[in-house]
Design a protein around this ligand. Sequence first.
Ligand code: UD1
Length: 429
Amino acid sequence: MKIITVVGARPNFMKAAPIIAAIRKYNQAVAKAGAELTHQASVPSIDHILVHTGQHYDALMSDSFFADLNLPPPDIRLGVGSGSHAVQTAEILKGFEAVLLRERPDVVIVVGDVNSTVACALVTAKISFDLAGTRPLLAHVEAGLRSFDRAMPEEVNRVLTDHISDLLFVTEESGIQNLRNEGISPGTIHFVGNTMIDSLLVFKERAESSSILDRLGLRAPAGGNGEGKPIKHYALLTLHRPSNVDNRDTFLDILSGLKELAEDCPIVFPAHPRTQQRITEFGLELRLEINETKMKKEDARDSRSRQGGIILTEPLGYLDFLCMMKHAALVVTDSGGIQEETTCLGIPCVTVRENTERPVTVERGTNIIAGTTKERIAAAIQRQMGRKDGSSKPEKWDGQAATRILDVLIRVNNERTVSRQSVISQSGA
Ligand code: UD1
């Protein structure tokens, strides 16, 4: 069986990594069994190809994640880079079609909801390798999530990808219901858990070796590596949604909602490239007294004496960010994945959006949907700071999602091979 897995943007890497690890483990088991069985035909291993579209290309947005997550280097790079949605999607469509025609995989796996996801899904659903219309099985990992807000590009990507996929791997129960409500055949829906949480559970302990707390002056100063030293009280902030950062008034209102929190403790703000651009464009560094410069190693010491304020940093790598989430008093974010990661870690989260496509993080987890006005953000922060944790881990967020996905892929692909062979033998009879 030949599988292509597609990654493109930062949130894809941690979702794909466990699937690639599961394939590696499967191949090792096959090789071991093959070495032991000399007289029987051995089970074929999986031929895996990792395609990186290049939607995210920076060292900080892409390369560092490959290193942290032990991902193999991409076998194929499309190198599409940034552009409008139409240009970026079109470049991926062209590049990925050539890859499929050359590689002719049995399965294509797309993850999440970014432009790379929908573009590669569309190519796979419409390709044809022969006159019989043979094409790969299309598997969508993280299917069924819905914010019911079509103004979000990710919602459009999710809906379109789900409706053309052959296998839909769902992370939470709401996903099953959403897909059924949209008329998707129940036989294609598989509730497997969350591969992003698989990664989190694998790397949670390793994140402790990150030096980010020391670099930001969030540990008591000490010799050595500072381990075992008390960690200061701090909050973590991420904002990157165009609807939050592209409009100056909205961005200002959100930052105003954080004023009281910033007086109480430092807020570490690793800023996405889009957000960094807007901060400069809107002159927010001066206006909002974000007086910490973008973190450079030599600047980090300056924050040691800080009692509060917003500490602006470059985007952090996976292990650094995981370490920051684990020890934060509170996380304020507009990201999708961080709502899930904080739920799993039991860290209070305030989501600066009007909706979430991940309701389980509110119903069973640690998340509050605050909206984007300063009053509601401030009130949600106050509520969350006084929170006594009452969350429970959502069903199947147990580190086994990737294994479940691989089991389904192998079974369905085998069934498809058998049914094709029977068609061939009938037509030859
Ligand atoms: C994309 C995803 C979003 C995801 C986010 C995580 C879509 C529609 N959106 O949004 O769902 O939450 O990634 O980061 O796919 N840039 C760089 N370096 C990079 C990548 C981007 O500087 O490596 C800058 C470019 O100026 C670019 C801007 O960031 O124009 C936006 O990048 P883009 O990939 O278009 O969308 P994101 O906002 O990152």
